[in-house]
Design a protein around this ligand. Sequence first.
Ligand code: FE2
Length: 663
Amino acid sequence: MVIYTVTVNTGKRLSAGTTSSISIQLRGTEAESEEQILNNLNQGSESTFEIETRKSLGELIAVKLNFKQLGHLCNEWFCKKISVNTPEGDNILFPCYRWLDCGEILVLRTAQALLVFQDRTEGQRHRTKQLEKRQELFGWRVYDQGMPQIIDCDDESLLPAEVRFSFTKSVEFFSTAAKQFVYQMVNQLADNQNSWESFRTLEDFYSGIKNETIEYVKEHWDEDEFFGYQYLNGFNPMMIQRCSKLPENFPVTNDMVKDSLSGSSLEQELKKGNIFLSDYKMLDGLVGNVINGRQQYLTAPLVLLYCNPQGKMMPIAIQLKQKPSKENPIFLPSDSKEDWRLVKIFVRSAEFGVHEVDFHLLRTHLLAEVFTVATLRHFPSPHPLFKLLIRHTRYTLQINILARNKLISADGILSKYAGVGGEPLVYFLKRATASLTYSALCFPDNISERGLENVPNYYYRDDGMQLWEIINKFVAAFLSNYYKQDDHVQKDTELQRWISEIFTNGFLARDDSGIPSSFQTLEELIKFVTMVIFSGSAQHAAVNNGQYDFGGWMPNFPSGLKKPPPKEKGQTTEDTILETLPDKSTTVNIMSILSLLTNDSADYYPLGYFPENLVDEDAPLKLIEDFQKNLSKLSDRIEKRNEKLELPYTYLNPKNVGNSVSI
Ligand code: FE2
């Protein structure tokens, strides 16, 4: 007889333990052990026991866990890991780090990462079986033609246990103190469809909110300098680009703007590269939603900005619609205070549309869901890319199902309270999907395409570029450890199926997107994986985490506008502006959702730190350690820089960047 000593670790999280009957079986290259029932699976426990077999099982390949459901009584188990001391003297780790559903059979592989052609026949059989099961559990669904496909599940409680929220996150999601305060505000005004009587009433209403950035925004939202600042360092730093030639439909003349150009001319400043443009043409032609029975008005503005000698980005001309005409005048900072304020409000409302639908929902949430589903369907647990990417998929499916059910469904918050909600959202999302490109998703390419390499005080670019490089360096080193040559990339059938499905189901097989449909070289793979991790972590943090800070003060981020844009100058009064802005119920409902979408939960892990350890080989462990060190150094640099800033830019501080789209 020979003896295997088995140690089983149960997770520390709430309700991780189980009294249900679970059996274990060891599987080797030569034989399999008898099934044996596990005991003492208490929360946070480590229990050791022995399994006897008549002879050695050969090289240990897997451990099978069988959750036997006896009657109706059954409580799920969170298995952390299992390690086995073999009679040959080896200690073999089988990472698990997931819930086991009642009645589930789970086969765990060893921690060693292997590409499919490196695995032995028995291992390959396990891989195939695991993927068949996952492909049954995680199917694709067409949400609507022309949009990335989604997970085939519309109730988050029906998702397999391995991808559901932890108990902590579920409980916290709707119940932190800060959220409670906003809910009280919502309760007071949830059904009040009146406009705000004055800016003073609005300010008084916000007086109980203790949020330094909201206070700052409340004070500065109407200033041109802050309006321009947000194009660089607000929660949508994606809309601005350098302008070397004015678009034909935006006939700004030197006479119009020369007073704003510090004694220079428009032609000179265009040549010098100091003129910038934000063109919302993506919104052109969309008809606004109806909120509380009132038609909402969407515009597709063109905003011209000037980076002045002090390095401030200043708006110098705004045209609210795409087609120039007498009834679509070009507004200037020299127009009446009310005119200029109102057109800037229209621009900020256009920001609501492009930010929430394109830059937030599509480019982070929906793409992260595509990457998550493809990862679960095509990478078995021993695949190095499973070990690398699964951490960046945490809670993504669940949060997206919640978003579909609570935000964009027929009675969701955006459908009820956003000018871009409802039909225009679907239309716009399809338009944005149809024009999405690979280069727009790759940070350095995006910055250079927009000509923003040298703009001063662009902290999103400065921090984002360093984060991209740190992630890229880590991904390159991690993958090079397994893919020794391009040929390995080409013959990894699991990888090729993964990218092919992303191309087809996520990017709708659009060749002009530039998204690869297969990989030929390691270099191509490294860039793509960097983009996947960056989009779900850094990019999502940049566009998500400042929503309440910058958007909480309603006039700075109005979700819909209930009067048409001005057709001539000199007609706007403060009353026109208050009549145009969202009513009270829209204000508080949108505020509550922005607050909900911004807070992190107690089981949040910052980029590079993970609750599970899926690798135990020295080389990747060292790479993870180096990755964490580099992130921590970047944090220090950002914090030092921020000390000198009037408004610190914190969203890309690695400490504040989550690993995945989870909120
Ligand atoms: Fe988000």
